[in-house]
Design a protein around this ligand. Structure first.
Ligand SMILES: CC(C)(COP(=O)(O)OP(=O)(O)OC[C@H]1O[C@@H](n2cnc3c(N)ncnc32)[C@H](O)[C@@H]1OP(=O)(O)O)[C@@H](O)C(=O)NCCC(=O)NCCS
Length: 148
């Protein structure tokens, strides 16, 4: 049975493996998310655990300046997709955003990421913009938002 819980620093090695297996590079200091407090921003990471194994994670930030929440990461292990885990991780981020009384939850992905776009559209997100300068790959980003 899949359980969603708040991630701890002990989950970082498993999270890094998930990122690497998805051919993504980590440029950020992920440890800092657990050790450094930012007075103007709050962040939360969630992991999906199946029988003690971390099979997915998500990360959301809440920004005080505009009372918005931003989903930074959402990733499910390739062997565990299409079983509703991404939806559960998305709901955990949405719950956090509502807890913080965010106006809106936003997300970006590449225009060709059909699984992510379908997942977000199915959960009430709508396209709110494009940016062709966001990613190093040069692919165009599409922004999605859900008013809370
Ligand atoms: C996007 C991602 C998180 C979805 O996770 P998941 O656990 O497979 O998602 P779910 O099982 O909850 O799927 C929910 C809905 O999303 C859509 N969806 C998911 N995978 C899909 C696919 N391969 N093709 C088309 N639609 C898809 C469907 O509408 C699906 O509902 P359905 O199964 O009833 O048709 C996963 O594919 C992933 O980790 N991708 C790589 C990382 C990524 O692109 N992250 C997001 C952008 S950074």
């Amino acid at each position: 049975m899949v359980e969603i819980r708040q991630a701890t620093i002990k989950d970082l090695s498993a999270i890094k493996v998930l990122i690497k297996n998805n051919d993504e590079i980590v440029n950020e200091d992920l440890e800092a998310l657990f050790t450094v407090k930012n007075p103007n921003e709050e962040y939360k990471m969630f992991v999906a655990e199946d029988d003690g194994k971390v099979i997915g994670f998500s990360r959301v930030h809440f920004y005080k300046w505009n009372r918005s929440a931003y989903a930074i990461n959402l990733l499910v292990d390739v062997g565990c997709r299409r079983r509703g885990v991404g939806t559960l991780l998305l709901k955990a981020m949405e719950d956090f955003a509502r807890e913080k009384e965010a106006r809106v939850l936003m997300f970006d992905t590449t225009v060709d990421n059909v699984p992510a776009l379908n997942l977000y559209l199915k959960n009430g997100f709508r396209v709110c913009g494009y940016n062709d300068k966001l990613y190093e790959s040069g692919k165009t980003a599409v922004y999605l938002a859900k008013e809370l």
